[in-house]
Unconditional design. Structure first.
Length: 242
């Protein structure tokens, strides 16, 4: 089984979840974000095609907030919402995004998913925006099908050859897939769609008992995801896929 790592955004802003109804948030995401971030064309590796603010996933809220905070939102020709709408949107998601550093678990239609975000040091001296990484696992325990996705924000122009380790076991093989290139190894460029990780044998990579560590996806950055913080029930379910 392969593990899919995708690219994306993340961060935070100000005030109450109720400031903008979920339906209005969904309409904004559909108009301004999901144009590029579809299942088929994951610009930056992130799909928002099925985003629903009512699900209150703090990790996805963090991804969208980063895009808003960095002023990088809006497909070509689509413009952006007016300032009042942008502020209401930001205020509506901050409270939810505040829980993004803890595992968010969801169970729907026989699928189990778990997601979490982690920050690393700002890429530029004096920058207020720390890069944020999001890892999400999706698993169908009854069939054993699963994917692991990694998203991050903000997007740099280029990265370098990354390494990943599960509980210290490294290297993990990977393949970059995207608009500009596809091949084994290599570096991540702005616009790449995904990085596929595997154990090199077509089988399960193995679910980390303590941590998943990704190094140098972008130069000098190391991010550690704490798998030991997953509750026992969720870990047991995910173990059937990884």
């Amino acid at each position: 089984m392969r593990i899919l790592f995708t690219l994306g955004f993340a961060a935070v802003s100000t005030s109450a979840w109720a400031a903008m109804p979920a339906a209005e948030q969904n309409a904004l995401v559909k108009k301004y974000c999901a144009v590029c971030h579809t299942d088929a064309a994951k610009n930056g590796g992130l799909s928002l095609q099925h985003y629903d603010a009512a699900e209150r996933d703090p990790t996805l809220a963090a991804m969208i907030l980063s895009k808003l905070n960095n002023g990088a939102m809006g497909a070509a020709g689509k413009g952006v919402p007016d300032k009042a709408a942008q502020q209401a949107w930001l205020e509506s998601t901050r409270e939810q995004a505040a829980g993004a550093k803890e595992w968010f678990v969801s169970r729907q239609g026989g699928m189990v998913s778990a997601a979490i975000v982690r920050e690393v040091a700002p890429r530029k001296s004096g920058s207020a925006d720390a890069p944020i990484y999001r890892v999400m696992m999706v698993c169908n325990p009854s069939t054993g099908f699963g994917e692991m996705q990694l998203a991050w924000s903000p997007e740099p122009q280029t990265g370098r050859a990354m390494t990943a380790s599960v509980d210290g076991r490294t290297p993990v093989e990977y393949k970059i897939e995207g608009k500009e290139s596809m091949g084994n190894g290599g570096t991540v460029q702005s616009g790449h769609a995904s990085v596929v990780l595997s154990n090199g044998q077509g089988g399960k990579l193995g679910l980390a008992k303590q941590s998943l560590v990704v190094r140098d996806l972008f130069p000098g950055e190391t991010v550690t995801f704490p798998f030991e913080d997953l509750d026992k029930k969720t870990y047991s379910e995910l173990s059937k896929c990884f």
